[in-house]
Design a protein around this ligand. Structure first.
Ligand code: UD1
Length: 414
């Protein structure tokens, strides 16, 4: 739990270092369970989700330790996760399913938790594993998946990120060839594939929605540095755009951020790419139309954050959320600051250009928390952001400190 006091802030300026992507690190950690040998992952971000994943590794029978910002994981003899609390603490815990099943022939677990942004079932994970020959049984609220895996053709009804990751990992040790069509192709999935290839996997079609995995007998240890966090970079870009700032996002990968950059550029922000990273300056001015989609479409993880920007644009901005059915929880909190946003089903209509005024607001999920922090930067007076579940620390490495270094007036209370 943490509280943040946020004050109306000047234009943000300076440099910010973009850390390693949470959504790349978590599946890569899970993939380490595919071998008994040592895997070494560098530049680990300091996040509570990463701490939970380290505990989950140990809970599954691995040895896992942090040496400064390097994680050393030795898969050893893996087994099903034993702690229900860990499984419930984050959605990404479901990612141990594929590796444990593939190594062990069996994995029993309970439904994962995470941000309450929708139903988030795991039917696509289970259906794909069944295609690979696994048997799925439910008993006493637990799901048991077992069997020797055999390559198969899988078509995903929806390009789920987690299901794609679980199925690729499971397929690396399945006998024969697995094809995954309509796979998700987020950069974090390509990153996972590159790590798996370093572990000895044979994967073709990396970065596309048509993946082929040729199963191998055994995987081996590997050393890897995952990609920078495009959502952290996008969040800081939005903070700069809201305050008419001038910021250099060091280490940002602009090729992973095209959809957001396009929206901000249409609205008036100027981008410049050089060897140090991504620079932006100027203010977002024109209202925008945003539709969340699978990559390379506009990321659902940036929707709440860009909506904070939209509250400052004169005119009507329209947001259509197509990935999660309950991802507008930040709207009530933004309206508490004086924003004028109306939700109609999966559509949010933002009548922008209103002056926001500081108030007490609550962090309802990870990206909503970031959106509220940014809203506080432009609200008159003081905004108290209450984050009882510690959402911000789950997914951002000291976001408030990075913003402070750019000139934002933020104090962390607990
Ligand atoms: C991942 C990201 C999350 C991001 C999301 C969408 C990680 C750790 N998290 O989450 O930050 O917001 O991708 O880009 O990488 N669905 C089903 N059945 C399934 C699986 C998913 O119906 O078996 C639905 C979900 O309920 C949701 C949609 O598909 O509505 C997208 O989910 P998915 O792509 O699986 O997201 P996650 O992997 O959970």
């Amino acid at each position: 739990m943490a509280d943040y006091r946020i004050f109306h802030s000047p234009r943000l300026s300076g440099e910010a270092w973009i850390g390693t992507a949470k959504n790349a690190v978590l599946p890569i950690m899970a993939a380490s369970l595919l071998t008994g040998e040592e895997c070494v992952i560098h530049k680990m971000p300091k996040l509570t989700d990463v701490e939970h994943m380290m505990e989950l590794m140990i809970n599954c029978g691995a040895e896992a330790k942090m040496q400064e910002d390097t994680a050393v994981i030795r898969g050893g003899a893996v087994h099903s996760p034993e702690s229900e609390d860990l499984l419930r603490s984050m959605r990404a815990s479901v990612l141990v399913l594929g590796p444990v099943l593939a190594r062990n022939g069996e994995c029993t677990f309970s439904m994962p938790g995470g941000c309450a942004i929708g139903q988030r079932p795991i039917d696509l994970h289970l259906k794909g594993l069944q295609k690979l020959g696994a048997k799925v049984e439910t008993e006493g609220g637990q799901i048991r998946v077992s069997g020797k895996l055999q390559g198969a053709n899988i078509y995903l009804d929806f390009p789920s990120v987690g299901a794609t990751e679980n199925l690729i990992m499971a397929a690396t040790l399945a006998r024969g060839l697995t094809r995954i069509e309509n796979a998700a192709k987020e950069p974090e999935i390509a990153d996972l594939c590159h790590f798996l290839v370093a572990m000895g996997a044979r994967i073709a079609g990396i970065g596309t929605n048509n993946l082929t995995v040729e199963g191998v007998e055994e995987m081996h240890g590997a050393e890897y540095t995952p990609i920078p966090d495009r959502i952290e970079a996008g969040t800081l870009a939005c903070a700069a755009a809201m305050t008419e700032g001038s910021v250099l996002l060091q280490n940002a990968r602009s090729n992973h951020m095209r959809a957001l950059m396009f929206k901000l550029a249409e609205s008036g922000v100027i981008f410049q790419e050089d060897e140090k990273g991504l620079r932006l300056r100027g203010k977002a001015r024109r209202p925008m139309e945003v539709r969340t989609l699978s990559y390379p479409g506009f990321p659902t993880d940036m929707q709440a954050i860009l909506m904070a920007v939209a509250t400052q644009l004169n005119g009507l901005s329209v947001f259509l959320e197509t990935i999660f059915e309950n991802r507008f929880m930040h709207v009530v909190e933004m309206n508490r600051l004086g924003a004028n946003i109306r939700v109609e089903g999966q559509l949010a209509l933002v009548q922008g250009g209103k002056n926001l005024t500081g108030a007490h607001v609550t962090a309802t999920d990870l990206r909503a928390a970031a959106a509220m922090m940014l809203s506080g930067l432009v609200a008159q007076g003081e905004t108290l952001l209450h984050d009882p579940a510690g959402h911000l620390m789950r997914g951002y490495e000291a976001l408030e400190e990075k913003l402070q270094a750019l000139g934002a007036q933020i104090e962390r209370e607990a």
